[in-house]
Design a protein around this ligand. Structure first.
Ligand SMILES: [Zn+2]
Length: 470
């Protein structure tokens, strides 16, 4: 049964993920094995599929990838019936706690509500085949820890923690009559830090990293969804930005920045930032500099082309925010074309929440259809390219036992089965074609016919934790 309704889909996959199965064929002591047969494999890197291949998963890792049959008599077998097997998708710019942007929770809800919403958002990511999310700013550090500890189901999270913003910067969600030192609600709940000067930014960055942030997110210039910062504004002095990068480097990780125009983006690169989010109003010279210096681009094709192409449709934006959105839209197409032309390291970074939450793959699809016209490149932005940037978290990467973003021996068993071939038609990535989702060797979604994939759920820490078994 294919059910595209958000809540029904979320509930259905939750049941699949955690329902205890009736029979377990395997010895409890032996590592659990799952054998995928009759699948065409997109490994996240190659331009061609391995046709009619097999993949053997043991425990939470991929043990064997083969163009031939694999002998594994004790494994659960999943007959892929010619589906495409590929790495779980990676979204590099999530805000898992936002429903309709930063200001909605400040004005209407509390952090309990944000947390409950986050749980739904995470389940929906899994249901769409996104097994990893780099969260670009939220009070998400405890959630990421809880997912890793098997307390709640969710994608792997590379959390930035609360984003860093100067007074009047993109994450300043205070009110007009605030005086210096006033905390607004979002800051009080560590969705973001308003930090000025080297001592304050140093402290905020360290505060995130002590609680498990895997990289630091900094607001480097004016933004659309905020009230006090015109788009042309450059945020943080070079000295402040260097201090933040220094803290990140002391932890062996990196800084990614929100920036739109040449001045803010180049200052951030001068200071050592390694990933630019958005970037839509920069010149071709800046794109070339990014290529030369190995700076990655996190792309929001839906936000910049579709949503900001019709700002009136964003009902929670003020008139000023709509005008800023239109300005961003005016540069987006050209900048992304330059990024393809100069072969930047590009990753998909949806920045999609609220009504767009349920269609994260559209960010890959729009990038392909409007810009790249190259499904192989577009798929890499959500698989191997994204995984390359995730390795920049170095020692802060909590997932050290395997690789991500590829179907490769020794990689994590983050695997999805697609009804179709997205290398030929990128639209096959849409959630209704995502028939099977495995993360870390556990099954979170199973739309395969019963006789092809027995109603199994390999035991595992998340399932056991959910049922209070450990
Ligand atoms: Zn964002």
């Amino acid at each position: 049964m294919k059910n595209s309704s958000f809540f029904a889909g979320a509930v259905a996959s939750f049941v699949f993920a955690f329902a205890p199965h009736a029979s377990m064929a395997q010895d409890d002591e032996a590592p659990r094995q799952v054998l995928f047969t009759n699948v065409n494999i997109f490994d996240g890197v190659s331009e061609t599929l391995i046709e009619n291949g097999s993949v053997l998963v043991e425990g939470n890792l991929i043990k064997t990838v083969s163009a031939d049959a694999i002998e594994a008599p004790d494994a659960f077998t999943v007959d892929g019936e010619g589906r495409t097997l590929m790495p779980g998708l990676i979204d590099m710019h999530s805000h898992l706690c936002f429903r309709n942007g930063m200001l909605e929770f400040r004005d209407n809800y509390d952090q309990m509500a944000a947390g409950a919403y986050t749980a739904i958002a995470m389940q929906d990511y899994l249901d769409q085949g996104f097994t990893t999310a780099r969260d670009a700013g939220c009070n998400i550090l405890g959630v990421a820890k809880a997912v890793n500890n098997g307390i709640i189901p969710g994608p792997r999270i590379f959390p930035s923690g609360g984003f860093l913003s100067q007074t009047g910067g993109h994450a300043d969600t205070g009110s007009f009559n605030d005086v210096p030192g006033d905390l607004d609600d979002l800051e009080a709940h560590m969705v973001g830090f308003i930090a000025d000067g080297v001592p304050e930014v140093t402290k905020a960055a360290r505060h995130n990293l002590r609680a498990g942030a895997t990289q630091i997110k900094v607001m480097a210039g004016g933004g659309v969804a905020s009230e006090f910062d015109p788009l042309h504004m450059t945020q943080y002095s070079l000295e402040e930005m260097k201090a933040i990068v220094g803290v990140a480097e002391d932890y062996g990780t990196y800084v990614h920045v929100h920036g739109y125009h040449d001045r803010s983006v180049n200052r951030a690169i001068d200071a050592g930032a390694r990933v630019i989010e958005h970037n839509f109003l920069v010149s071709e010279e800046t794109v070339i500099r990014m290529k030369e210096e190995g700076v990655a681009l996190s792309v929001q094709a839906v936000m910049s082309l579709e949503a900001f192409g019709d700002p009136e449709s964003i009902t929670f934006f003020s008139a000023d925010q709509k005008a800023k959105a239109a300005q961003v839209n005016s540069g987006a197409q050209q900048m992304m074309e330059w990024a393809v032309k100069h072969d930047l390291l590009m990753v998909t970074g949806g920045d999609m929440f609220g009504p767009d939450l349920v269609r994260q793959a559209d960010n890959i699809i729009w990038f392909n259809d409007k810009i790249a016209k190259n499904p192989h490149l577009s798929l890499k932005t959500a698989t191997s390219n994204a995984a390359e940037v995730l390795t920049w978290s170095g020692g802060m990467n909590p997932y050290k036992d395997g690789t991500l973003g590829t179907i490769a021996e020794g990689g994590y068993a983050d695997i999805i089965l697609i009804d179709g071939n997205p290398l030929e038609d990128i639209h096959d990535l849409k959630r209704d074609n995502v028939d099977f989702v495995m993360k870390d060797g556990l099954v979170y979604k199973n739309w395969l016919p019963d006789d092809n994939a027995p109603a199994f759920q390999p035991a595992g820490p998340e399932r056991d934790a959910y049922f209070g078994l450990n």
